[in-house]
Design a binder for this molecule. Structure first.
Ligand code: GRG
Length: 283
């Protein structure tokens, strides 16, 4: 029986990520903030989110025995930036046209559409800056020659997840598909819109923590299954896709088990990942 305390772990890691986000974005020049761009970025980024994707970056690194340090936390924060951009753009009138996000009015409701678009663009590009800076800092600190190669892998993983084969593709599919969906098409969409970034979170953490090829493959498998399971859990909570709810409930359990099975060769340092998966399946 595991004695791992998920609540304490979440509390500690979330506090680290929140502190980094607040200080790094404050470090940008708010005194000269044309169009309230930085203010609107901070408004969405520092609103209370669960920070699940950056937590998964850190948990993946821990699973392969790397204690999260500042470069890893910065890489984790970069994944949160991509997530936050997608929320800001997804809420726009041309997309989902939502009024509330993270317990407050959506970005465009407060700052206007043009600023919300620019804030999203700036969050997305800043993510790649932070990831590259994280790699540079790690290379300087350790002097390891392969850090640059591992950082490039992380950058490619994040770019793929964000772009035309991941989230943007999923969003385009979502906007194009208006009919009642089968479970298969619900999961294909979830893999692109949601799963791609979860997969990337695991890959970024694993790459920067120098995972072996076998560990990398296992962690990616965890991320893919966890990501689709997360979307089922979210849809079930929101009572989405009513006609396939019973199947979705079953799939949530199966996908979570597949994610847990992917970690079978990992030791107790993968407990944060295991606990996150079990927590998701418990609802
Ligand atoms: C490229 C514009 C664009 C969008 C990509 C990911 C996405 C598609 C849109 C985001 C909106 C959305 C509702 C996606 C489904 C995934 C999901 C449930 C997001 C919310 O994630 P949480 O619950 O949010 O982790 P917090 O606020 O806790 O971070």
């Amino acid at each position: 029986m595991s004695t791992f305390d998920l609540e304490s772990w979440l509390c500690m890691r979330r506090a680290e990520i929140d502190a980094l986000l607040a200080t790094r974005l404050a470090a940008l020049p708010p005194a000269d903030d044309p169009g309230r761009l930085v203010e609107s970025m901070r408004y969405s980024l520092l609103a209370p989110g669960k920070r699940l994707r950056p937590l998964l970056v850190l948990a993946a690194a821990e699973a392969v025995g790397r204690d999260p340090d500042e470069p890893l936390r910065l890489a984790a924060a970069a994944v949160e930036l991509v997530h936050c951009y997608s929320l800001v753009h997804d809420d726009l009138p041309a997309m989902d046209d939502d009024d509330f996000r993270r317990g407050q009015p959506t970005n465009h409701k407060v700052f206007g559409e043009a600023t919300a678009i620019l804030a999203g663009d700036a969050l997305l590009t800043l993510a790649f800056q932070w990831l590259a800076v994280a790699g540079t800092a790690a290379a300087t600190a350790t002097g390891e020659p392969l850090v640059a190669q591992r950082t490039l892998r992380a950058i490619v993983a994040l770019a793929k997840a964000a772009g035309m084969s991941g989230m943007v593709r999923g969003q385009a599919r979502d906007l194009a598909e208006t009919q009642q969906q089968s479970l298969h098409s619900v999961e294909r969409l979830a893999a692109e819109k949601t799963g791609a970034l979860f997969r990337a979170a695991l890959e970024v953490g694993a790459a920067l923590a120098d995972a072996s090829p076998a560990q990398m493959e296992a962690l990616i498998r965890f991320g893919e299954n966890y990501g689709i399971a997360f979307q089922h859990a979210d849809d079930l909570a929101d009572k989405e896709h009513v006609s396939t709810q019973a199947e979705a409930r079953q799939r949530l359990q199966t996908l979570t088990q597949t994610a847990l099975d992917a970690l079978s060769t990992f030791d107790k340092r993968a407990e944060p990942l295991r606990a996150l998966a079990r927590h998701l399946a418990a609802g």
